[in-house]
Design a protein around this ligand. Structure first.
Ligand code: AMP
Length: 219
């Protein structure tokens, strides 16, 4: 099964992404983790993106998309499923990812949207900063990441709703509860995905969509 995630920083994208990937037995492709790994290893790519990460700015689209293409090709060879976490972050990436998916026969079947408000997100991110000391978890950078999410990432949610593959989940609740709701919602979709094999779900329209708690203005 192929799932991509859209979520503001602090909504639990990494945690839920890892849980879903383990449950489905597919690779968890987290662009933030891949980029941080490049920075830590001081690769050429890592040196090119370090400042973007530290400032909470988006890394140039071409860099991320090339990295994701490599991961998608590997995921295809490993069985064809994936959980994409952290991409797309803007409309350009969403369109490029769709075209890449078409080309590889790997378009997303579910766009999972985690919904949470900024007050709760800030609380969680500051708590994480105290524990993990991530360089982009300072208050100024967190505010920048949250506003970038609202301005350029959140608008792509509507695009997935139009394509009929949006699943919105209230991520304000404890991790286990959110995970349970996601896995319960994905289960019937997984059966449908298996039955349809290689058919492109994006053409099925709203009938395939499953939306809960989508009414919140934030997230
Ligand atoms: P995350 O771990 O998903 O919060 O990502 C951490 C940082 O990595 C972001 O603040 C961006 O600087 C960068 N990043 C991750 N994914 C992307 C992406 N798809 N496009 C651009 N920058 C990204």
């Amino acid at each position: 099964m192929r799932v991509l995630m859209i979520a503001p920083p602090g909504a639990g994208k990494g945690t839920q992404g890892a849980l879903i990937a383990a449950h489905l037995g597919v690779p968890h492709i987290a662009t933030g983790d891949l980029l941080r790994d490049h920075v830590a290893r001081q690769t050429g790519l890592g040196r090119a993106v370090r400042q973007h990460l530290e400032r909470g700015e988006l890394v140039p689209d071409e860099i991320v998309l090339e990295m994701v293409r490599e991961a998608a090709v590997a995921a295809k060879a490993a069985g064809g499923g994936y959980v994409l976490d952290g991409v797309p972050r803007n409309m350009t990436q969403a369109r490029a990812l769709y075209l890449m998916g078409r080309e590889l026969g790997m378009t997303a079947q579910v766009a999972l949207h985690l919904v949470a408000d900024d007050h709760e997100l800030m609380r969680r991110l500051l708590a994480r900063a105290a524990l993990e000391g991530r360089s982009d978890d300072t208050e100024v950078v967190i505010r920048r990441r949250l506003s970038l999410y609202r301005e350029v990432t959140h608008p792509i949610v509507a695009w997935y709703a139009e394509r009929g593959i949006l699943l919105s989940v209230d991520a304000m609740r404890p991790v286990e509860q959110v995970a349970r709701e996601i896995l319960t919602a994905l289960e019937p979709m997984r059966d449908a995905a298996q039955m349809q094999g290689a058919i492109d779900f994006t053409s099925l329209g709203a009938s395939f969509g499953h939306t809960t708690s989508a009414a919140s203005p934030s997230g």
